[in-house]
Design a binder for this molecule. Sequence first.
Ligand code: FES
Length: 318
Amino acid sequence: MTTQTMQVAAIRPLTDRIAEFELKAAGGEALPDWQPGAHIRVSLPDGGDRAYSLIAFDAARGSQPACRVAVQLEPEGEGGSRFMHGLKTGDELAVTPPKCDFPLAADTPVVLLAGGIGITPMISMAAELAAKGTEFALHYAGRSRGVMAYADRLADRFGDALHLHCDDEPENALDLDALVKQLGADRHLYICGPRGMIDAARAAAEKAGIAAERIHVELFDNASSAQDGDAPFEVEVASTGDVFTIPPGRTIIDVLEEGGVDLMYDCQRGDCGICQTDVISGTPDHRDVVLSEAEREAGKVIQICVSRAKSARLVLDL
Ligand code: FES
């Protein structure tokens, strides 16, 4: 993974748990241009890394001396947010170049739906749409205004295009069926937030007959895909006949890679679809946010970065 050294230029608290980090290249050089919806990955001391969406309130993203990310502290999380919230101004970080797995795919009016800290990629997307004059609506859902980062600034920037939905303001409650109706015949829906919101929005869109190609998702959830009661299961690699046991707490990718199987993957959280693998036999236990309800029921493919098995063995087309 190629990284460059960046320095923390400023840290600004946005809410009790969310802080904005302004990062600049340690050598002072301008940063490369990046697409709306892009992220960087920050290396962690334990050897892992975390992806954070880049934030821009206007469409001028390239050749800037600094970039911004916002991180919500998750005291019970896996450590990425605690590391970020432990940083001080002047600290240095190893950071990958910007990459976009959540691009604005179509030049049509769009509806953006963000839940909680999932607002971060949507800000640059909304700014790009506003600059192009493309009609859009930005729906931003959270528990209350006080915990929703950038709520006031977004209202100033995007005016009537912003729709805030706060759990403690029933009159503004998020109505997914009504939101899906706004998609009409050609609008695309972009969703970024926790798994539950993505699943509910996708279900509402599918019920309304919205084609899967018009729904784009990015998972923003620090919850692990592991569940209580997860049991071991076997994976047979069809090309070699090798059989691996996947224990609770480890993924198919973890175990097969360790066993020397060459795999393709990217996000490792079940939202990019790169690791999708054909299932020859067995019943997947889907934990991703990529597949439609019909695809889940068909059970012909599996995202091996997060999903598990309901049957004792899966035979995969690897
Ligand atoms: S690696 Fe992205 S869905 Fe599995």
